[in-house]
Design a protein around this ligand. Structure first.
Ligand code: SAH
Ligand code: SF4
Ligand code: F3S
Length: 477
C-alpha cells in the first residue's frame, strides 16, 4: 500500500492520509495534496494517469523518485504552507540528486517562473488542466531539463479517466462533474488558477457512479465550484453559444442529480458547492423527491451585507439569499444548510459585519467554514479595492463569527436527539474499536455500538446523547 496526504486548505485544514494501489515499473511516486475536494479528486486522476504508465506510489517520500505536491492558492496561508513543504523536499535532493520534485495544481500558473527558475525549488510545474502531459514532462525532467505545462483548457474534463480512489474507505467517493469557474467573485483566485467553466458528459458521470456502486461504494459526492451552473448540451457545445433548441435539450444540474439518484436507491448522492444566485427550485424538488439524495446543501453566503455582496460580485443580495433559504425550508423541510463566510473584506464596516452575524442568527446554519479575507493577486478585489480592514479587526470579527456558529452548530446537533437517523456506516470510530461511525442524510456524524455491522451498511440509529457535532446512539429496527 502506498500513501499521499490531502490537506483541505479551502476548508478546515484537516489532513488525511490516502493510499493508491501499486503497479510495478521501478519508479516510485509520492503524492501530497493541499486544497479543496476538487484538488483531492484531481490527485486521483494524476494517480490514474501515472499508474497507467507503470509508476508505483509510496508513503515514504524519502524512498521516492518523484515527489508531486498538488497545491492550493485560495489564501496566502495556503501558499506559504506549500512553499515551506517544497523547501523541505528540496533538501532531500542533496542526498538524492536524481529526485524530481513537481508542483501541480492551483499555484502552478502564478508561481511557475518563481519556483522553477528563480528559487529552483521544483523541476516540474503542471497546471490542473495539463495532467495528461505528466508522463512526457517526467521524461523531460529526467534529462535534467525543467518541464512546464500550465495551459488551461476550455474542454478538458478527464471524462474518460477512471480515477484511482485514494484514501478510500470503500464507501464514499468524489465524482468531478465540471471544472473551472466563470463567476469571478472579486476575492477569489479560482477562475485564474482553474480556468473557464466546463461541464462533463453526464453519461460518463452516471457510468462512474454505477461502477462505484458495483464495487460496493454507497455514497458519491458530485463536485464543482458551482454545481448549479452545470449544463451539458453535447461535446464541444458551449453554454454561451447555444440555440434555444439546444438549450432546451441540454442536461441541467437538476436532471443530472436525478440521473445519478436513479443509479440505485442504496447509492447516496451528495453535491458541492451550490451557488445562491443559481440554485433552482428544480434541484430542491429532486432533493425532496429522492430519499437517497441527501438533505444537505452547502450554500456559501460570504457576507450578510448587500453592499459587500455587491462588491464581492456574488450576484445576489442579503434579501435574495434569505428568500432562497425560505424556499429550501419550504420544499425540503428537513434540509441541513451550511455556509462559507469571509470577514474583513475590503471596506467592511463594523455595522456591515453585524449584518453577517444577524444573517447567521436568522438562518442558524448547521455548519460553516469561516475565513478572514486574504488578498489574492490578479483578482478583481486586488485590482480595484484596498485591503483596508486591519488584520486584528479581521481576526476579531472572525472570532465572533466562529463563536456564534459554534453555538448554532451545537443547537442543531441537539435537535437530532431522541430521533431515529438513517446512517450509512463509513468506518470504525476514531475513539473506540467497539463503535462505528457514519453520517445521516443531513451530514451529521453519528456514532453507535459496532455489533455485527460494517462499512457500507445502512442502519437506523436512535440518538440518545451528543457532543457538539456528533450524535451518539443505538441501532433500532
Ligand atoms: N466555489 C465555492 C467556493 C470555493 S473556495 C463557492 O463559490 O462557494 C472556498 C471558500 O474559500 C469560499 O467560499 C470563500 O469563503 C473562501 N475564500 C475564497 N477566496 C478567499 C479569500 N481571498 N480570502 C478568504 N477566503 C476566501
Ligand atoms: Fe471562487 Fe466565486 Fe467561483 Fe466560488 S463561485 S470558485 S468563490 S469565483
Ligand atoms: Fe485551493 Fe484550487 Fe481548491 S485554489 S481551494 S485547490 S480550487
Amino acid at each position: 500500500m502506498s500513501e499521499s496526504k490531502i490537506i483541505d486548505e479551502s476548508k478546515q485544514g484537516e489532513s488525511l492520509m490516502v493510499s493508491a494501489p501499486v503497479s510495478p515499473n521501478g519508479k516510485k511516486l509520492f503524492l501530497e495534496s493541499y486544497g479543496c475536494a476538487m484538488n483531492f479528486s484531481d490527485s486521483e486522476i494524476v494517480a490514474s494517469i501515472l499508474k497507467d504508465k507503470g509508476f508505483t506510489t509510496t508513503k515514504d517520500y524519502t524512498e521516492a523518485d518523484i515527489i508531486f505536491v498538488n497545491t492550493c492558492a485560495i489564501r496566502e496561508g495556503a501558499e506559504q504552507r506549500v512553499r515551506k513543504r517544497l523547501t523541505d523536499f528540496k533538501k532531500i535532493k542533496k542526498t538524492n540528486p536524481d529526485l524530481i520534485v513537481g508542483m501541480l495544481g492551483c499555484m502552478a500558473e502564478r508561481l511557475k517562473s518563481k519556483l522553477l527558475e528563480e528559487e529552483q525549488l521544483v523541476d516540474i510545474v503542471v497546471g490542473p488542466d495539463a495532467y495528461r502531459s505528466l508522463p512526457e514532462l517526467i521524461e523531460t525532467a529526467e534529462t535534467g531539463q525543467k518541464a512546464v505545462n500550465v495551459l488551461l483548457s476550455k474542454d478538458e474534463t478527464y471524462a474518460d479517466i477512471a480515477p484511482v480512489r485514494l484514501d478510500s474507505n470503500g464507501v464514499s467517493a468524489f465524482i468531478s462533474i465540471m471544472r473551472g469557474c466563470d463567476n469571478m467573485c472579486a476575492f477569489c483566485v479560482v477562475p485564474f488558477t482553474r480556468g473557464r467553466e466546463r461541464s462533463r458528459d453526464p453519461e460518463t458521470i452516471v457510468k462512474e457512479a454505477q461502477d462505484l456502486f458495483d464495487r460496493g461504494y454507497r455514497e458519491v459526492t458530485l463536485l464543482g465550484q458551482n454545481v448549479d451552473s452545470y449544463l451539458w448540451a453535447g461535446g464541444g457545445l458551449k453554454k454561451e453559444n447555444l440555440t434555444k433548441e439546444e438549450l432546451q435539450n441540454a442536461t441541467t444540474f437538476a436532471q443530472l442529480l436525478e440521473k445519478v439518484a436513479l443509479v440505485h436507491a442504496d447509492l447516496r448522492v451528495r453535491f458541492s458547492t451550490s451557488h445562491p444566485k443559481d440554485m433552482t427550485d428544480d434541484v430542491l424538488h429532486i432533493i425532496n423527491r429522492y430519499e437517497n439524495v441527501c438533505k444537505y446543501i452547502h450554500l456559501p453566503v460570504q457576507s450578510g451585507n448587500s453592499r459587500i455582496l455587491e462588491m464581492m460580485n456574488r450576484g445576489y443580495s442579503r434579501e435574495w439569499y434569505i428568500e432562497r433559504i425560505a424556499v429550501i425550508r419550504r420544499i425540503v423541510p428537513d434540509c441541513a444548510i451550511s455556509s462559507d463566510t469571509i470577514t474583513g473584506f475590503c471596506s467592511e464596516t463594523e455595522e456591515e459585519h453585524q449584518d453577517t452575524l444577524s444573517l447567521m442568527e436568522s438562518v442558524k446554519y448547521d455548519f460553516a467554514y469561516m475565513f478572514a479575507y486574504s488578498e489574492r493577486p490578479k483578482t478583481m478585489a486586488e485590482r480595484k479595492y484596498e485591503d483596508d480592514v486591519p488584520e486584528d479587526i479581521k481576526k476579531h470579527r472572525l472570532q465572533e463569527v466562529v463563536d456564534l456558529q459554534q453555538k448554532h452548530s451545537g443547537e442543531r446537533t441537539r435537535e437530532g436527539l431522541g430521533k431515529i437517523h438513517r446512517v450509512l456506516v463509513e468506518k470504525v470510530s476514531k475513539k473506540s474499536d467497539n463503535r462505528l461511525s457514519g453520517r445521516n442524510s443531513q451530514n451529521v456524524t453519528v456514532v453507535f455500538p459496532r455489533e455485527n455491522y460494517k462499512p457500507g451498511d445502512y442502519v437506523n440509529v436512535l440518538a440518545t446523547s451528543c457532543t457538539s457535532a456528533t450524535l451518539i446512539g443505538v441501532v433500532v429496527e
